[in-house]
Design a protein around this ligand. Structure first.
Ligand code: NAI
Length: 673
């Protein structure tokens, strides 16, 4: 084995059998990413290899964290203009073309994540082997950043696996396991770790024909079929994302339809398209969101708190699902409730969740083993984290925490999931009130990424950091907030939901209200959201917030709850529900009021301004991220504060002034405008 010239981010080793091994190992970085210098070094290496004339080349990772996570997203933020973006992308394309054109066979040996630019690199190799390891994930998630593959991915993937599968991967951004990747043909083989070296050298020696789509998969790329298929793909896509909000997936279809027969031209058009998208608002906002998400994860790294055992008290809607989620994340969980039936129901729901997410029967069994029913609360004494999720009642919570404090370990984290009771009040009964923090999960727990880490005036700051670390440990995003009415997410969401109910009371059809909101970019309209959350819960939160912060609760909400119309769960709310789905009329015959969207969104934004002024959350960046992950607020708009800045403060304030004149004091602009 001989070692040659030393590179900063790559290692090249030539074995005695004539095979060259290239290890990517980006310096000073936990994960491999394809920065400009990494790509330039690859180019220099390829030039060397062209002279070496090896039997073959294996490209693999020198890091145990994974293969390649993608392009270097940091570099997207330093691009000057479209030309700069175009040059960056064309350079990478040229290097990957050089890799593809090497005279010897090349194989990518993939273990761990292989995403975005990493996946595009392996597509330029002759063969791909994925190690069958739960960490192996292959995908092209670029659309999640508002762009699409730019290093030749849109060009190379459809001929390899056929257009339907290729488009599915590029339009959804979803990742495949090693086995799934082998099944669709993205990789040649999925192999157990112990066979990986043999598999790579075998391929290089046997040199089987390169894989490509055959049969109907190959036909799907035919010039006559493409326009037809492209139309179908656009219609399917339109159900999930609007072109004006998310142009990138539409651009992928356009590229393939127009240039799918000419790889060379398509390559150039791919670069032009990515360069245009990356400088656009959607991509810039989504890239910012990506970094904000990293920042939130970073909040969880300030403390080295690590939990092994969690005790959850209250096995209802929230407690049961929090317990299940923690068990699924590998923690040992004891679940306490007064009622056997409640715990049995929670165990049943947990089983359903594990089956859906973990799939493998042994994993499901192990997760069920980690979730232990505990009527007597024996788990309190050994738990690292104790989460209270009993019903929303001050005395009950106080009494419970008094007992918990006397039994818990002195270093255990004590947390409440309360939505509305000040932490200062609950903690009054504790010997050490500074021990209590809030861990406010959202419903449904398994879907909502955000957890508000509630800081009472009495809370110990180190425990807030521990709460963030725990949240990160269970794969959730922590957002520290002040213990004030509604915290951040419910406080901002409620005026928007209430305005929607007021609009219904004025006679505006629910479906028009929801359409206006989804057109703005909300994942679900406010009326359907209220029905989904449950009108009784909405009413409860609305009443508490109006007591604390003023404002009126619409009478309509009270009458509907009194009549048992609770939304989806009762089969009727603002909509009627059939098989859990709302029945919506196609045509209401009434035009929507001109200020419909403003009435909802500006109440949202105005409340966000108030929260920022009151210091409910540390800064506008965290507010934006929290609101996007906690409510789904149009991610491509970058959050309410980013939206406000882009629209212009003056402009929005004058729109609020108009609304105040037309509809009353609830639109009075917050003092911070
Ligand atoms: P729930 O009514 O579904 O469950 C409460 C459970 O606590 C019941 O099963 C009850 O038997 C049990 N319980 C009551 N007192 C107990 C005690 N002393 N010891 C043991 N178990 C006891 O309530 P849900 O909706 O799960 O809410 C729980 C907490 O989570 C509340 O503080 C609520 O404000 C908060 N929350 C609720 C959300 C929601 O969407 N439902 C969202 C976020 C927070």
């Amino acid at each position: 084995m001989s070692e040659q010239k030393v590179y900063q981010h790559w290692r090249k080793e030539q074995e005695s059998d004539g095979i060259i091994w290239l290890y990517i190992d980006k310096a000073e970085s936990k994960a491999n990413v394809l920065s400009r210098t990494v790509i330039e070094e690859l180019d220099a290496l390829l030039e060397e290899i062209e002279g070496d004339k090896p039997v073959g080349v294996v490209i693999t990772s020198g890091k145990s964290s994974g293969f390649i996570a993608g392009a270097d997203v940091n570099e997207f933020t330093t691009l000057q203009d479209q030309d700069d973006g175009f040059a960056l992308v064309r350079r990478a394309q040229a290097v990957f073309d050089r890799l593809e054109a090497l005279h010897c066979p090349t194989v990518a040996l993939i273990q761990g994540f292989c995403l975005g630019g990493g996946m595009e690199l392996v597509l330029a190799c002759d063969y791909r082997i994925a190690v069958d390891d739960p960490k192996t994930k292959l995908g092209l998630p670029e659309v999640k950043l508002g762009i699409h593959p730019g290093f030749g991915g849109t060009v190379r993937l459809p001929p390899l696996i056929g257009a339907p599968a290729a488009m599915d991967l590029m339009l959804s951004g979803r990742a495949l396991s090693a086995k799934a990747a082998a099944k669709v043909g993205v990789v040649d083989h999925a192999v157990p770790e112990r066979h990986k070296l043999t598999a790579a050298s075998q391929l290089l020696k046997q040199k089987p024909p390169r894989k490509k789509a055959t049969g109907w998969r190959a036909w799907s790329n035919n010039g006559l079929l493409r326009p037809l298929l492209a139309g179908m793909m656009r219609r399917k896509l339109a159900k999930k994302a609007r072109q004006e909000h998310y142009p990138a997936p539409y651009a992928v279809i356009d590229l393939w339809e127009k240039y799918g027969s000419d790889p060379k031209v398509m390559m150039k058009e791919e670069a032009t398209s990515v360069a245009r998208l990356v400088m656009g608002d959607t991509a810039q906002n989504l890239i910012r969101l990506f970094f904000l998400q990293e920042r939130m994860k970073g909040l969880g790294s300030k403390s080295d708190f690590k939990a092994e055992r969690v005790h959850v008290i209250g096995g209802g809607v929230m407690g049961g699902d929090i317990a299940a989620w923690c068990a699924m994340q590998g923690l040992e969980v004891t679940l306490q409730d007064r009622s056997h039936e409640v715990i049995a129901r929670a165990m049943g729901r947990a089983h359903g969740l594990f089956k859906k997410k973990l799939k493998h029967p042994l994993k499901v069994r192990d997760a069920m083993d980690r979730l232990i029913p505990d009527i007597e609360g024996r788990g309190i004494a050994g738990a690292d984290v104790i989460i209270e999720a009993i019903f929303e009642n001050v005395e009950a919570k106080q009494q419970l925490f008094k007992e918990v404090e006397s039994k818990a370990r002195p270093d255990a984290l004590l947390a409440t999931n309360t939505s509305s009771i000040p932490l200062e009040t609950i903690s009054e009964v504790l010997d050490d009130p500074s021990r209590l923090i809030g861990l406010h999960f959202f419903n449904p727990v398994a879907q909502m990424q955000l957890v508000e880490i509630v800081r009472g005036a009495q809370s110990n700051e180190a425990l807030i950091d521990a709460g963030c670390a725990f949240t990160k440990q269970i794969g959730r995003l922590p957002l520290p907030v002040k213990s004030s009415p509604g915290f951040l997410v419910n406080r901002i969401l409620m005026p928007y939901l209430i305005e929607a109910v007021v609009l219904v009371s004025e006679g505006v059809p629910a479906v028009l209200i929801d359409q206006a909101a989804t057109k703005f970019g909300m994942p679900m309209g406010p009326i359907e959201l209220a029905d989904t959350v449950g009108l009784d819960i909405c009413l409860h939160v609305a009443e508490i917030l109006s007591q604390e912060l003023g404002g009126e609760v619409p009478e309509k909400l009270r009458t509907m709850v009194a009549a048992g119309q609770l939304g989806r769960k009762s089969g009727e709310g603002f909509y009627q529900y059939k098989k859990g789905k709302p029945v919506k009329p196609n045509d209401t015959g009434t035009p929507p009021p001109d200020d419909l969207t403003d009435r909802m969104i500006l109440r949202f934004v105005n409340e966000a301004m108030a929260c920022l002024r009151e210091g409910v959350v540390e800064d506008s960046d965290l507010l934006d991220a929290g609101i996007i992950f906690g409510t789904g607020f149009a991610p491509f708009r970058g959050g309410p504060m980013n939206y406000t800045a882009k629209q212009g403060h003056e402009q929005l304030k004058s729109r609020l002034d108009h609304l105040q004149q037309a509809h009353g004091e609830r639109f009075a602009p917050d003092a911070s405008w």
